[in-house]
Design a protein around this ligand. Structure first.
Ligand code: NDP
Ligand code: 2IT
Length: 445
């Protein structure tokens, strides 16, 4: 396989789609050996076919604000690959959203969903709509307009969207209500639903919990546990709070959270009522973490800075893509970090990942580490199909086991000759093999 040639061709077709090209490049580097060892993959054009989405929907979303003013946003759904199950992946509402970002997320989702062991293909969607500062009725009207276009393209056995940045339980509710009205059916077409209308227990905290379950397994390979460890977390959204809660429960001390305005360092640990306050901050729709330092004076706020300058044993980037660069990685290494696990999707730049790996620091990539979110979405789909609800303990037990299994799969496919576990390689190879073999079985289509 000639990676350079494939990348040049892809860039020519999709100029400027930097995040998408970055994600593809990383996967190609990891799977180069298995593709070369399996000429039937090349003969069937598996790589060329897996790196292009099956189709992309783009649509206009007009909506009216509370003052009667008309706004127009752009909506997307990228249906990337359905070789092993219906397209599955979140919706992101954020002003930075563009096709490149959604294609990178949809591409990553193929391998992540494959790793979960559940039958789900890869997809992603969203809009450049900014939910920040919008009233509930504005968000509702926007979601209704979004679904008016999208509902034709999705279905419980076709494509099952969920949440991501800017899309939580509230938005899923409005989207679901609109779908139900248009399709005249009550099915598991979205995940992350409310518990009274088809949702699964544990789904809200699943990504954060899964992240920590995975990190726990990483520590175990070195004979260590989270007990007494200092943990730095970025972000303060859905993934960050679940991770903070579970890490604390397992005996670690979480010393940072962050928002776009800067980060909070709390030497006493962010736990209990402090996590509740973190959730209040997030619900305020203002997206700032500074008020935490007014509420808890022992905590310090660092304006415009990222948490990667603090001393910690474990770093969990849980905010957004490319939020941890090579300088941040060098600073973490200097301060003695031993484990880095990505709660967000692709938060570490390729240069940062290289620094961690060169220094033999165990590094878990998002597609493995944060797969607990979509895995629990898969469990929600199973419950919807069976028309029953599992208790909290049952969902948590399954989630935990799935994370242990993903970890073991990464170790199996990613352990180098010197014993270092290259989780990036392990996740990409294992995720790829299952999908590639399914594509082989299903023919060139
Ligand atoms: P949320 O919307 O709950 O939280 C993300 C928050 O982080 C946003 O409010 C955003 O603020 C803020 N943020 C953005 N950039 C930064 C930054 N540089 N530093 C600190 N904070 C920032 O989203 P989630 O928690 O759901 O998602 C976080 C990450 O986890 C994303 O990468 C997502 O793709 C990934 N993920 C989510 C899953 C899920 O189930 N929700 C599953 C797997 C992965 P602002 O709007 O101001 O930028
Ligand atoms: O990035 C992700 O895996 C998610 N945002 C969750 C997707 C899902 O379908 O639950």
């Amino acid at each position: 396989m000639d990676i350079e040639k494939i990348m040049i061709g892809l860039e020519k077709k999709h100029p400027g789609e930097t995040e998408y090209l970055q994600a593809v490049h990383e996967v190609l580097e990891s799977i180069e050996d298995v593709v070369n060892e399996n000429p039937h993959f090349e003969a069937a054009g598996i790589v060329e076919r897996i790196i292009e989405p099956d189709r992309v929907f783009t649509f206009k979303i007009p909506w009216i604000d509370d003052n009667g003013k008309v706004h127009v946003n752009i909506g997307y759904r990228v249906q990337f690959n359905n070789a092993i199950g219906p397209y599955k992946g979140g919706l992101r509402f954020h002003p930075s959203v563009n096709l490149s970002i959604l294609k990178f997320l949809g591409f990553e989702q193929i391998f992540k969903n494959s790793l979960t062991t559940l039958p789900m293909g890869g997809g992603k969607g969203g809009s450049d709509f900014d939910p920040k500062g919008k009233s509930d009725t504005e968000i509702m009207r926007f979601c209704q307009s979004f679904m008016l276009e999208l509902w034709h393209a999705i279905g419980p056995d076709t494509d099952v969207p969920a949440g991501d940045i800017g899309v939580g339980g509230k938005e899923i509710g409005y989207l679901y209500g609109t779908y139900k009205k248009l399709a005249r059916e009550h099915t598991g077409v979205l995940t992350g639903k409310g518990i009274n209308w088809g949702g699964s227990l544990i789904r809200p905290e699943a990504t954060g919990f899964g992240t920590v379950y995975f990190a726990k397994e990483m520590l175990k390979t070195k004979g260590e546990s989270l007990e007494g460890k200092l943990v730095a977390i970025s972000g303060f959204g859905n993934v960050a709070w679940g991770a903070a809660q579970k890490a604390t429960e397992l005996g670690a001390k979480v010393v940072t959270i962050s928002g776009p305005d800067g980060y909070i360092y709390d030497p006493d640990g962010i736990s209990g009522d402090k996590i509740d306050f973190m959730l209040e901050l997030r619900a305020s729709n203002e997206d700032i973490v500074k008020p935490y330092s007014y509420e808890f004076p022992e905590a310090k706020f660092y304006q415009g800075k990222r948490p990667w300058e603090v001393k910690c044993d474990v770093a969990l980037p849980c905010a957004t893509q490319n939020e941890l660069n090579k300088e941040d990685a060098a600073s973490l290494v200097k301060n003695g970090v031993s484990f880095v696990a990505e709660g967000a999707n692709m938060p570490c730049t390729p240069e940062a990942v290289e620094i961690f790996q060169e220094n033999k620091i165990l590094f878990g990539p998002g597609k493995a580490v944060n797969a607990g979110g979509v895995a629990t979405s898969g469990l929600e789909m199973s419950q919807n199909s069976m028309k029953l609800n599992w208790p909290r303990e049952e969902v948590d037990r399954r989630l935990h086991q799935i994370m242990i299994d993903i970890h073991d799969t990464c170790v199996k496919h990613g352990t180098d000759e010197d014993g270092y576990i290259n989780y990036v390689k392990g996740a990409n190879v294992a995720g790829f093999l299952k999908v590639a073999n399914a594509m082989l079985d299903e023919g060139i289509i």
